[in-house]
Each structure stands twice: as structure tokens, then as C-alpha cells.
Design a protein around this ligand. Structure first.
Ligand code: KIV
Length: 273
């Protein structure tokens, strides 16, 4: 086990040190108390209260509809569970793009009401002013480039981004801008591995990939995908570590059979007078 994996609390500085020491950073999403407790107990470095809650918790087709109040609710549930991991919370769509004051106010609500440790937002040059304003309040910001699901209606698909030279060049410039603006880390989603490698080697802040190949400073997955709870989402980058959907289906069926047959509850599962 690495020195940093044993450290009690992960901070943004821990992540910088991990990058310098060549230790890979682990990050997973969580949205509720019970699973956040298990994820933190498992030793993950960063817990992202992602706006993917819109999909996996609320059953929405995109991340666009989730509100700031709903993100704060999920973040509060996670915060109560976590002892060690750094908690990063997504600023949802429409709560930071209006202007930098709106971005600051949304971030302050997340920090104050959920006691989070940092916020994450999507985009490059378009959101740099907002990032700088949030940082003036001492709130750490994580960037997110590549596939940015909040812009799904602009791009129209969830396919790999920045395959063309022009888009790759913009991504590289945006990554530099985010580092200059003061982001403590950057998520790169669904881009070619060589481009991700180039960004990670050029930037001094940690670069965490999802569908961005192995040559970055850490990896993030959506918890419900890697546990095999979601079944209708199978991108190439996703490794499933469990078939929880299958296990839950089996348990529910056994319970129904036992209740229907009268096998549950047994004598030992009942109280005597
Ligand atoms: O919302 C989310 O889960 C994310 C990850 C995919 C990085 O932003």
C-alpha cells in the first residue's frame, strides 16, 4: 500500500503529491449514505457526487434536468458517510454558465449546505471566468473536458470526442487554461488515449480519465456502472467488477418464493410472547 493510500484524509494537496510521486488516483461516484460509506471504506481517494445522479438515481435520460437542490441533497447524504475521501460535487447544468457570480453562489451553497470539499464543472475557455471567481472564495475547482454530458444537445451523441485535430487542439488549449486558472485537477472523458496522455504529461495538476486510456494520473467510473447495477450501458471503457443486478434479481426472486411458500419467516425469525 502506498504512503498516500494510508493517509487519513485526502486533500487536494494529497492528489498533487500523488501525481508527483507517480501514484495513481482512484475516484468513484456516490450519491447516497450507504454506498458512499462502502466506497470510502474500500479506500477510494476521491468520491464524486456526480450529476450522473440524474441518470442512475432519478432515471432521467440526460444530466440536464438535475437541480442544485437535488445535488446538495445527494452531497449531504454522501458527506455524512465519508471519513477519508475527498468529496467533489458537480455543479449541475444551468447553475454556473450564466455568469461568474451565479457560479460562485452555486458553489458556496454546495460548500456550506453539504460541507463538500470541492466542486466540478464542465467546459474550457467558456467557463474560465467562473472558475476564477469560484476560486476567489477559496473553493477548489475540478475541471472536466472531452465528452461533457451537460452539452449533449449541442453535440447530439455520446461518441468519442476530440478525434479530429481541431477539436484535439482546442481541448489541449482548454486544459492549459484550466490549469492556469487554478483548477486542482481535471477529468478527461472519452477521448483518444494519446491525447489524454499528452494532456497528463504537460499539465502539473492531476488528470483523471474515464474512457481516456491508462496514461493519465487516475481513473474514475460511475459506481452503478462498475458494480453492474446499470445494464443498458456498455461502453468499451467500462469494466464491471460485479453483476449486482443479477445478484439483486436472484435475492428478490428468492424472497418472493419464500414469502409465497410460507417458508419466510421461520420460527427463529419470529418473536414468542
Ligand atoms: O457525473 C459524473 O458521474 C461524472 C463522471 C462521469 C466523471 O462527471
Amino acid at each position: 500500500m502506498s504512503v498516500h493510500a494510508e493517509a487519513r484524509k485526502v486533500t487536494t494537496h494529497t492528489l498533487q503529491e500523488m501525481k508527483r510521486a507517480g501514484e495513481r488516483i482512484t475516484m468513484l461516484t456516490a450519491y447516497d449514505y450507504s454506498l458512499a460509506r462502502l466506497v470510502d471504506g474500500g479506500g477510494v481517494d476521491v468520491i464524486l457526487v456526480g450529476d450522473s445522479a440524474s441518470n442512475v438515481m432519478a432515471g432521467q435520460v440526460t444530466t440536464v434536468p438535475i437541480t442544485l437542490d437535488q445535488m446538495i441533497y445527494h452531497a449531504q447524504c454522501v458527506q455524512r458517510a465519508v471519513d477519508r475521501a475527498l468529496i467533489v460535487v458537480d455543479l449541475p447544468f444551468g447553475t454556473y454558465q450564466g455568469n461568474s457570480r451565479q457560479a460562485l453562489e452555486s458553489s458556496i451553497r454546495i460548500m456550506k449546505e453539504a460541507e463538500a470539499h470541492a466542486v466540478k464543472l464542465e467546459g474550457g475557455s467558456e467557463v474560465v471566468e467562473s472558475i476564477k471567481r469560484i476560486l476567489t472564495a477559496g473553493i477548489p475547482v475540478m475541471g472536466h473536458l472531452g465528452l461533457t454530458p451537460q452539452s449533449i444537445y449541442k453535440f447530439g451523441t455520446y461518441t468519442v470526442r476530440a478525434k479530429e485535430e481541431e477539436e484535439a487542439e482546442k481541448l489541449l488549449n482548454d486544459a492549459r487554461l484550466l490549469e492556469e486558472a487554478g483548477c486542482f485537477a481535471l477529468v478527461l472523458e472519452k477521448i483518444p488515449r494519446d491525447l489524454a496522455a499528452k494532456v497528463a504529461s504537460e499539465l502539473s495538476i492531476p488528470v483523471i480519465g474515464i474512457g481516456a486510456g491508462p496514461d493519465v494520473d487516475g481513473q474514475v467510473l460511475v459506481l452503478h456502472d462498475m458494480l453492474g447495477i446499470t445494464q443498458d450501458f456498455s461502453p468499451r471503457f467500462l469494466r464491471r467488477y460485479l453483476d449486482l443486478a443479477g445478484a439483486i434479481d436472484g435475492a428478490v426472486r428468492s424472497y418472493c418464493d419464500d414469502v409465497r411458500s410460507g417458508d419466510f419467516p421461520s420460527e427463529g425469525e419470529s418473536y414468542s410472547s
